[in-house]
Write a protein that binds this ligand. Structure first.
Ligand SMILES: C[S@@+](CC[C@H](N)C(=O)[O-])C[C@H]1O[C@@H](n2cnc3c(N)ncnc32)[C@H](O)[C@@H]1O
Length: 579
């Protein structure tokens, strides 16, 4: 990620270690200027950040080789080490005292907390009842000479240990030179298995990591060096887990723990001297992947700036609607959106202009990711290929399309005058008898054809590429066309103006012949105080007649005070037969 260099500098200056200082964002509009960096001042941590994880809290990591590492925060916490088999019951007992941070499991696993399978075999399953086995094992681990219970000198012990474990084929101790061990690369591969899940037994994921902080001078450094990091200088305890305690208890001793925790410790330490119930100090590291989009952006953008938190998606494309104030940071914002929404999102675009062309296509600028604007949208089990650069698509209308479809029956013949790539026409074709779909945009028609085939509905749809007015004329005049029962006119800016095309569509039909008056569903916008009345008036003017029993449906607010509406009514007979 090479996009953050300068904002990173700001983070470095604005976030201090664990002292819980909060640096307000520089008011300067230049996030990148040195002035902005030095403008950072300290203040106390605001109330809403005083609890729970925050980028404004914790220590910064000592590794800061990449921009992402600048978002690493290390938190000192305390944990209760408990036997693995009891951790779930204790978790529910102690829930109110546990860390309970979002996306962090209260039960953590760290290196060395599991007994190796081979060792399990060696000591048997029931370690707590077999005292002799345990004593022998403890001698091996803590370096006491068998028989006398005294400590051996390091050299002798090391030698003995190497021989002992070698002879029984015990290969887990990574630092024993004589024993072959898997190559580093292989370990790495194992760490991330297929779906990205983490290697068993290690408290590291791509979001967070828990490590036990070793006490200094515990006296067994020699053996740790020999046996590797998995070797723990604590009494033998079988498989254990860490129950991460609430941040209030960080760096606290047993006396300061709540009664519930003290009771657990007391109860078990009385019961057994072998099982490990102990308080340990830990480091919880939250990595870049842990933080959510808005948390990262909040740190990167100047204080007071609205953090873009929502975007529309069309297939693999995230579609932002950035404000003017965001423009200097558009690439930065897009990169974070991409990072935080991978792999679903592969491209981030911003709308550069309001839609004002005939084909209703958007002017888009690709800000991050791959530059292809051809994508596939799945809506209600149907597949739609879309080229956002050349055709219209709006995922927000999915619910409205469903509502409209619910008005159709399997006896209907639908005519979609402004069909685009076919979200209404193709979905209707699945349900109704037949569909006539039209669009003026040749690109939309190409995708409409493609989508019909893709959804195996090409036999139920006939496609046209002409102006809507001409299409209405010709489809109703055609002798071959089936009698149309439903007409959809989804071009909200202008569709009402096309309604005059229905005047006289049956003028050449004999009045005594059977005919079907189509039900029209026309979309429009209104900024009026009473949008329904206003739209009704537009329809009356376009038809030069009053349509009765008009059902008005408010689709959604497209801008403050601007409604998108759908009016549904049966074409008045007087209009259809007008001369
Ligand atoms: C708002 S889009 C709706 C498309 C589709 N119904 C949907 O929901 O995605 C309007 C469509 O009408 C088409 N269009 C614009 N003017 C037209 C005209 N005069 N005649 C026919 N189609 C037109 C545009 O190309 C565009 O695809």
């Amino acid at each position: 990620m090479a996009l953050y260099p300068l904002p990173t500098a700001i983070i470095l200056n604005r976030i201090t270690p664990f002292t819980c200082r909060f640096f307000p964002k520089p008011l300067s509009s230049s996030l990148f200027s040195a002035a902005a960096v030095s403008a950072a001042t300290t203040a106390t941590l605001p109330q809403h950040l005083s609890y729970g994880p925050s980028l404004y809290k914790g220590h910064k990591s000592s590794h800061q080789n990449s921009d992402e590492e600048n978002f690493t925060r290390v938190f000192d916490i305390t944990a209760l080490r408990v036997p693995a088999e009891q951790c779930f019951s204790l978790e529910s007992k102690l829930r109110g005292h546990l860390l309970n941070w979002p996306r962090i499991r209260n039960i953590a696993r760290v290196a060395g907390d599991d007994i190796d399978d081979e060792l399990k075999e060696f000591i048997g399953n029931d370690i707590s009842t077999d005292d002799e086995t345990l004593t022998v094992l403890e001698r091996r681990i803590y370096g006491k000479g068998e028989g006398d219970g005294e400590r051996m000198c390091s050299v002798l012990y090391r030698d003995k240990l190497a021989k002992t474990f070698n002879s029984i084929g015990y290969v887990k101790f990574e630092n024993l030179a004589k024993i072959s061990r898997p190559k580093k690369k292989k370990w790495k591969r194992e760490e991330k298995e297929g779906n990205g899940s983490v290697r068993r037994g290690y408290g590291r994921s791509d979001m967070s990591m828990v490590e036990v902080v070793e006490e200094e001078g515990s006296g067994d450094e020699d053996f740790r060096g020999l046996l590797g990091d998995d070797f723990r200088t604590r009494k033998w305890s079988g498989s254990t887990r860490l129950l991460l305690l609430d941040e209030r208890y960080a760096n606290k001793g047993i006396e300061e723990m709540p009664e519930a925790i003290k009771a657990v410790l007391k109860e078990h330490n009385e019961e057994s001297t072998r099982l490990s119930f102990e308080i340990v100090r830990c480091k919880l590291t939250l990595l870049y992947n842990y933080w959510q989009m808005n948390e990262v952006l909040e740190v990167l953008l100047p204080q007071g700036m609205i953090v873009p938190s929502a975007f529309e998606t069309v297939g693999h494309i995230a579609h932002l609607n950035l404000r003017d104030e965001h423009f200097p940071y558009k690439k930065l914002i897009a990169k974070v959106v991409l990072d935080k929404n991978k792999p679903k999102i592969q491209t981030v675009v911003n709308k550069t202009d309001v839609i004002h062309n005939d084909y209703r296509t958007m002017q888009l600028e690709v800000l991050a990711g791959n530059h292809s604007l051809v994508t596939t949208v799945v809506e209600n089990g149907l597949y739609f290929d879309v080229d956002l650069a050349a055709v219209y698509w709006n995922s927000r209308l999915a619910t409205e399309r469903q509502r409209l479809l619910s008005c159709f029956t399997n006896n209907d013949v639908v005519c979609d005058v402004f069909a685009g790539v076919g979200p209404i026409a193709i979905a209707a074709a699945k349900k109704v008898k037949y569909v006539y779909a039209n669009d003026l945009n040749p690109n939309a028609v190409e995708y409409l054809e493609r989508n019909c085939v893709r959804n195996k509905l090409e036999r139920k749809i006939e496609i046209f590429n002409m102006d809507g007015r001409r299409f209405i004329d010709s489809i109703f005049a055609s002798e071959k066309a089936r009698p149309i029962t439903q007409v959809v006119m989804n071009l909200p800016n202008d569709a009402a103006e096309f309604l005059d095309s229905f005047r006289g569509i049956f003028r050449n039909k004999h009045a005594d012949k059977q005919f079907t008056l189509p039900r029209i569903h026309v979309y429009g916008f209104s900024k009026a105080q009473d949008p329904e009345f206003d739209f009704h008036e537009k329809i009356r003017i376009a038809l030069s007649e009053v349509a009765f029993e008009v059902q008005m449906h408010k689709v959604r607010l497209v801008a403050p005070g601007k409604w998108m509406l759908c009016a549904s009514f049966v074409l008045p007979e007087i209009v259809a037969f007008a001369k």
